[in-house]
Design a protein around this ligand. Structure first.
Ligand SMILES: [Zn+2]
Length: 98
């Protein structure tokens, strides 16, 4: 694992901790939540899943490789979005932004 990958890994771990803390924080039961709050929770849950998937790819040695075309994902893209699973070209075509 090179230095840049370990930087990405640390950022992913920090992000995961933040998202897990948010998920555990005491909140009103779902039926009392506003739509916006439910949307926010869903987005946080999705982000957590993406972060955990990126950490799993690191463990598997496939981190930084586009899941769609198999090319290497640009380093600048990984710096901005460490959990990115697709290169910029593929992500711009994907409905969820890769
Ligand atoms: Zn690609």
């Amino acid at each position: 694992m090179d230095l840049r990958t370990s930087e990405s890994r640390q950022r992913l771990l920090d992000r995961r901790d933040t998202l897990r803390t948010l998920a555990k924080a005491s909140r009103p039961p779902p039926d009392e939540l506003t739509l916006t709050e439910r949307q926010r929770r869903r987005v946080e849950q999705e982000q957590l899943e993406h972060v955990e998937a990126a950490l799993a790819r690191m463990a598997a040695g496939t981190y930084g490789t586009c899941a769609v075309c198999g090319d290497a994902i640009d380093r600048p893209r990984l710096r901005v979005i460490p959990q990115a699973r697709a290169c910029f070209a593929c992500a711009s075509l994907a409905p969820d932004g890769g």
